[in-house]
Design a protein. Structure first.
Length: 359
């Protein structure tokens, strides 16, 4: 699979603005471990979120010399750290979009969730950027004959920015990584699962409890690399494939008990991989464990099918069907809010994917 296209060079270099808004996603089956050029060691599955989004506008004009000059503004403020990250990303995709070296690029990015919320913005940010780049290509080179081709390339490009970003290109339930029984699944791009979803999973809720809003101690990229030497990694990759199959079946039949079991198993396995890497690290906080225990107690007492998951950090995502929304929010407000920083909870839900920004 290769999107290198040396012919994508402007004859007349344009100026313009293009923007996309793209959501974050929460993995149910986790991507943890990669190989080659951003290819996953196991297939993953996620829900795309609705509210937690990044809006990115690319303002482009002819380059002064033959080298893409990038400036990056986060919430309107120049951010050189991100500009450097994006330069690295652009050097990985210059053969896909050779016209980038003809442009000076200003990127304006802002998140709809508070910057300090500790929510990973790489999936929403990189997917919004990839969509905007594909849209420049679409506008000036008319390369895509179908929407499907457009989004597939955007997902491929987003993956090169951040693995999990390739899933944010699509709404609902999204798979990334070659998996048995999923037609069109691929290691190179995400794939939207549309069929065999029980209605109980439509409008599924995700309340995100912000336990710690600080910077991550260990980046995901470092964590992924440590899987290369983790003695349990081969077993983990086999388990992820099995969990994916079981989860798809739970989603098909509306089996919430099995859904809860696998989602929590995946979250704890992810963190156990961190704890058994060398060097080992720990991203959960004492409050994370307290909230997990409270959720287990509550579920046992009430039979409300609410479960938790974690990404590479201490914050808790509580997943549950729409019908239990009031009860779970009440539980959060009375019992869990005290474990969060400044009462920060984001009540999000499954969303329908990215959208173009009208400029
Ligand atoms: C724990 O996609 O952030 O959230 O590809 O190095 O950018 P890079 O990593 P990233 O890893 C996400 C890991 C995870 C699980 C997941 O989203 O599947």
């Amino acid at each position: 699979m290769n999107y290198e296209s040396p012919k994508l060079i402007f004859k007349n270099i344009p100026s313009g603005k293009i923007g996309w808004c793209s959501p974050s996603n929460i993995a149910l089956v986790k991507y943890w471990g990669k190989k080659g050029l951003q290819l996953p060691s196991n297939p993953s599955l996620s829900f795309t979120l609705n509210k937690s989004q990044t809006e990115t506008i690319i303002d482009f004009s002819p380059a002064e010399n033959n080298k893409c000059n990038i400036s990056f503004f986060l919430e309107g403020i120049p951010n050189t750290k991100f500009a450097e990250k994006i330069s690295g990303f652009f050097s990985r995709i210059i053969n896909i979009f050779p016209f980038l070296d003809q442009l000076d690029i200003k990127i304006y990015s802002k998140n709809t969730f508070p910057h300090s919320a500790g929510i990973a913005s790489s999936a929403s940010g990189m997917s919004a950027l990839a969509l905007a780049l594909c849209d420049i290509e679409n506008q000036y080179f008319e390369s895509f004959s179908t929407e499907k081709e457009f989004f597939r390339k955007a997902s491929y490009v987003a993956r090169l920015g951040s693995g999990s970003a390739c899933r944010s290109i699509y709404g609902g339930l999204v798979n990334w990584g070659k998996a048995e029984g999923i037609n069109n699944s691929s290691d190179y791009f995400g794939h939207e699962i549309r069929d065999n979803i029980n209605p109980v999973f439509e409008d599924f809720q995700d309340s995100i409890l912000i336990i710690d809003a600080g910077q991550k101690k260990v980046s995901s990229t470092i964590g992924h690399n440590l899987m290369k030497t983790n003695p349990f990694s081969s077993g983990r990759f086999i388990q992820a494939n099995k969990n994916l199959q079981s989860l798809l079946s739970a989603v098909k039949y509306g089996d919430l008990e099995e859904f809860v079991r696998i989602v929590e198993l995946e979250a704890l396995t992810l963190h156990s991989m961190m704890m058994t890497s060398s060097p080992y690290f720990l991203l959960m906080k004492p409050q994370t464990i307290s909230v997990i225990e409270k959720i287990w107690e509550y579920r046992k007492e009430t039979n409300v099918p609410v479960c938790f998951t974690l990404d590479a950090g201490p914050n808790i995502h509580m997943l549950y069907p729409y019908d239990y929304k009031e009860r779970v929010i009440d539980f959060i407000n009375t019992e869990l809010i005290k474990y969060t920083v400044n009462n920060s909870v984001i009540h999000d839900r499954v969303g329908s994917g990215p959208a173009k920004i009208a400029i």
